[in-house]
Design a protein around this ligand. Structure first.
Ligand code: DON
Length: 304
């Protein structure tokens, strides 16, 4: 298996040159575009870690999966999807303009505006929200050292005016309640949590197992896992989610730090790292690798 993963990395590594490391958050531009990490874990406890799987990077938009899980635990489906939609969008992750139409709430919880809403719904005051997100990652990964990259957090906070604009617009429409700056602060911090591809694979396996959380929320854990996996499948790769579903067929979530989280229900968790991004903000090499892994391991959830 490891040899096959190495072969797939070798085959796809040229894709690094087709992407660009994100620099709209200045601290992200320091990443080495040539790093490639691949981790796969399965239900039987097998672990396959290849390449730069120890390299830390910020989780970025993959944290939107975690804030959706916590919002669902705290409020149940009806209340959450009253404030954020279920539907994919052909707009990019940082789209804002449709929020200004009277009737609109954010299309889905995977774009920035939708994630700002789910973050606002996490119960807790001050640092409690971010600590709950960190605790959830610690439970999912078994890694007690997960922490925030302060430099990236400050860089996001300083340059995140587009997110700020969205949040204030959502507040003016009554979709966001609570202190806007406090919600944004949690959002910037959750995006700046440091992980490795191995951490992502373990998060993926946890969801693939049906989110076996000890804490009881308002809805069943298995239902949470099913909702989150469905939304990842339809919206996790933004306005590339359709083509990705056709070619990869694995519910996934990307982040501009270069990570891809993959969930193969009942079977595997996948974590990939490659910080050069394509024009959708998804890892360019990560896409090539997970596409080949899906073919080789027959992971496409819709293929027979
Ligand atoms: O808010 C932002 O723009 C970033 N913190 C996260 C965006 C992101 O990861 C989009 N993903 N590919």
């Amino acid at each position: 298996m490891k040899d096959k993963i190495m072969e797939i990395i070798e085959k796809n590594k040229g894709l690094v040159r087709e992407g660009f490391v994100a620099d709209y958050i200045p601290a992200l531009s320091k990443a080495n575009p040539n790093n490639i990490g691949v981790s796969i874990v399965d239900l039987n406890g097998n672990i396959y870690n290849v390449g730069d799987y120890n390299e830390k990077f910020t989780i970025q938009s993959i944290s939107k999966v975690l804030s959706l899980i916590l919002a669902l635990l705290d409020h149940g489906e009806e209340k959450v999807f009253n404030k954020v939609g279920y539907e994919p969008t052909d707009e990019p992750f940082n789209t804002i303009y449709k929020l200004d139409f009277n009737w609109n709430k954010p299309s889905n919880p995977m774009i920035n505006s939708g994630a700002i809403v789910t973050t606002s719904l996490i119960k807790g005051n001050g640092d409690e929200k971010i600590n709950r997100i960190l605790d959830l990652i610690k439970v999912m990964t078994g890694n007690p050292n997960v922490s925030i990259d302060e430099e990236v957090y400050l860089s996001e906070k300083e340059t995140g005016n587009r997110n700020r604009a969205m949040a204030y617009l959502l507040k003016s429409k009554g979709i966001l309640s609570g202190d806007v700056e406090e919600i944004l602060d949690t959002y910037f911090k959750q995006c700046s949590i440091q992980v490795t591809s191995f951490d992502l694979a373990k998060i993926g396996l946890f969801i693939a197992k049906g989110c076996p959380l000890e804490t009881k929320g308002l809805i069943d854990n298995a239902r949470i896992a099913a909702i989150v996996t469905a939304i990842m499948f339809t919206s996790g790769m933004y306005n590339f989610s359709g083509e990705y579903a056709v070619n990869v067929g694995i519910p996934s979530k990307s982040g501009v730090g270069g990570g891809i989280l993959g969930v193969v229900p009942g079977n595997y968790g996948i974590g990939i790292y490659g910080p050069a991004l394509d024009r959708y903000g998804n890892s360019s090499v990560g896409y090539g690798i997970i596409r080949d892994l899906s073919q080789h391991l027959k992971l496409n959830i819709l293929s027979r």
